[in-house]
Design a protein around this ligand. Structure first.
Ligand code: ASP
Length: 585
């Protein structure tokens, strides 16, 4: 080893020992005959001191060192006269007796500080330097702890990690596939997996019983904020289970991860049906850190002569507790917020619950005090609260109110990043009708089974069939999802048919799975969690890019290695591509 200690390790009890440290120059301070250098490595920062009187030549060299030079120093650990209580090593410094420059460095394009002056694109281009920053490094270490906790827990629960191939045939999971041309099979392509879904099901047919894999998945989606074309799933599958077995197994996993990485007990995770989640929060991934649940007030709001309410399919309110303190200006800002084109409400109606027990609404012309008192009763509102109301077409209003609820939650400081609330959402619709293609689409994927008691509805009213599927959401973010699968060939064929596959298409694409179902497929189900999202949640960051070592930008580019890029002529020729047009033959 070139070093005896690391830069985060030495303490007051090491005073008197000799040490050799290696690292990068974080900062240099010159005070005439004395020079101090902060030496940094992955573990921390240690102060070095150089004294001209003791060694003039070395002092001169120390003064010439630039930021990020790599050096090795040997010296004595001494107590600092000027202690720094912000650094774990702040009680000591190294009086350097030997200095070796291991490598020089150009001036880095941004400062290696917590609050750096580098913009995101620049930091992505020089990600290897960005990772020297404490925050980024700590995120990667946290991610490591997370995967370690996952692996340990799942292994202890008899799950076996099995690798499945990356070069496969397209599987429909709702997104576009990335494809890889095959040189040996000209004109044919592999697809990169959107998930190992069919493989993990085949592993159940193989009798592996409990499988997991921390695995890269690839989806070629159009520009969407905070999406990566490649991302990591914690992919899991189990045999001989029903829904509640899967939920309790993975509730255990997620709770373990939170205690191991954050020392937080998530508590029991409540289960909401999809319908309930939509009715109470207007979202299938509700943020459960705060209440402000939807109050359906059609009964009390309609029939009073206010046309907008009377013609609405849904009149929905929320009670912002203590919101009577909102100023006119704040209310205007909320109104502007819901009227933004992305949200699309026509307006926002409010009713103040004054401290003296009276009410003041934006529709006083239509609603007298008694009518407003009925709203308040329906919303469980009391003096000091504020009721907000939206109305219109059900689907739209529910979305708009969800947005408003989240916005108010943020404004009222109810969405603390250090607090974590999880929930399960179950009984999603199996399929949804797509007007454009005039077909049903699987809401989850085609391998999800319907709830047994809804099976017959597949023939009469497919849109109302509930899937035996579940998602987990934490703090309003979907972190995982899965289902009990179809394991019966007939039902799987019926499902493909419902989704508009001809018999031949189904056979071509999924013949292997249907064949497997004829060789003793056990009942099985599973789930996949988004590792990047979980890591981002635990790290308290908004963006999954912060927890990925080498992320791509929003256009799917890796700015550091500059990918994607063109191929050279030889590569194109090998693939049988037309060199003039650079198109496949
Ligand atoms: N393969 C699914 C997905 O990627 C997860 C699952 O059903 O287990 O969403």
């Amino acid at each position: 080893m070139l070093r005896t200690h690391n830069c985060g390790e030495l303490r007051i009890e090491h005073v008197g020992t000799q040490t050799t440290l290696c690292g990068w120059i974080q900062r240099r301070r010159d005070f005439g005959s004395l020079t101090f250098i902060d030496l940094r490595d992955r573990y921390g920062i240690t102060q070095l001191s150089f004294n001209e009187e003791q060694n003039a030549e070395m002092h001169e060299t120390a003064r010439s060192l630039g930021r990020e030079f790599v050096v090795a120093v040997t010296g004595n650990v001494v107590e600092r006269s000027n202690k720094n209580d912000k650094l774990p090593t702040g009680d000591i410094e190294i009086e350097v007796t030997e200095l070796k420059v291991l490598n020089e460095a150009l001036v880095p394009p941004f400062t290696i500080e917590d609050d750096t002056d580098g913009g995101e694109e620049l930091r992505m281009k020089y990600r290897y330097i960005d990772i020297r920053r404490r925050k980024v490094r700590e995120n990667l270490v946290l991610r490591h702890k997370l995967t370690q906790a996952l692996r340990n827990h799942l292994s202890a629960e008899d799950f076996v990690e099995v690798e499945t191939p990356y070069l496969i045939k397209s599987t429909p999971e709702g997104a576009r596939d990335f494809v890889v041309p095959s040189r040996l099979n000209e004109g044919q392509f592999y697809a990169l997996p959107q998930s190992p879904q069919t493989f993990k099901q085949l592993l159940m047919v193989s009798g592996m019983d409990r499988y997991f894999q921390i695995v890269k998945c690839f989806r070629d989606e159009d520009f969407r904020a905070d999406r990566q074309p490649e991302f990591t799933q914690i992919d899991c599958e189990m045999s001989f289970v029903e829904r509640d077995d899967v939920l309790s197994t993975f509730e255990g996993l997620i709770r373990k991860v939170f205690t191991k990485t954050k020392n937080i007990d998530l508590g029991e995770i409540p289960i909401l049906t999809y319908q309930e989640a939509m009715d109470r929060f207007g979202s299938d991934k509700p943020d459960m850190r705060f209440g402000m649940e939807f109050c359906h007030i059609n009964d009390v709001a309609q029939g009073e002569g206010f046309g907008i309410f009377d013609s609405a399919e849904l009149v929905v309110a929320i009670n912002a507790k203590g919101g009577n303190a909102f100023t006119r200006k704040q209310i205007d800002a909320f109104t502007d917020y819901v009227k933004r084109p992305q949200i699309g409400a026509k307006g926002l109606i409010y009713c103040r619950c004054n401290d003296d027990g009276t009410y003041k609404s934006s529709v006083d012309k239509f609603f007298d005090q008694d009518a407003l008192a009925a709203w308040a009763k329906a919303c469980d509102a009391e003096a000091g609260d504020m009721i907000f109301v939206l109305s219109g077409n059900r689907g739209e209003v529910v979305n708009q109110m969800n947005e408003l609820r989240l916005h108010l939650g943020t404004e009222l400081g109810l969405r603390d990043r250090n607090e974590f609330k999880a929930c399960w959402v179950v009984d999603f619709p199996l399929v949804e009708w797509d007007e454009d293609s005039k077909r049903f689409h699987a809401l989850h994927h085609p391998f999800t089974s319907p709830i047994a008691e809804d099976r017959a509805l597949m023939e009469t009213d497919p849109g109302s069939v509930r899937a035996n599927a579940y998602d987990m959401a934490i703090n309003g973010m979907e972190v995982g999802g899965g289902s009990i699968r179809i394991h019966d060939k007939k039902l799987q064929s019926r499902m493909f048919e419902l989704l508009g596959f001809s018999e031949q298409e189904a056979r071509e694409q999924f013949g292997f799975l249907m064949n497997a179902f004829e060789y003793g497929a056990p009942p099985h189900g599973g789930i996949a969690f988004g590792l990047d999202r979980l890591a981002a949640l635990l790290a308290g960051t908004e963006s999954i890019r912060d927890v990925i070592a080498f992320p791509k930008n929003n256009m799917g580019r890796d700015l550091m290695i500059d990918a994607p890029a063109e191929l050279n002529t030889q590569q194109l020729e090998d693939l049988g591509w037309d060199l003039a047009t650079k198109k496949g033959s």
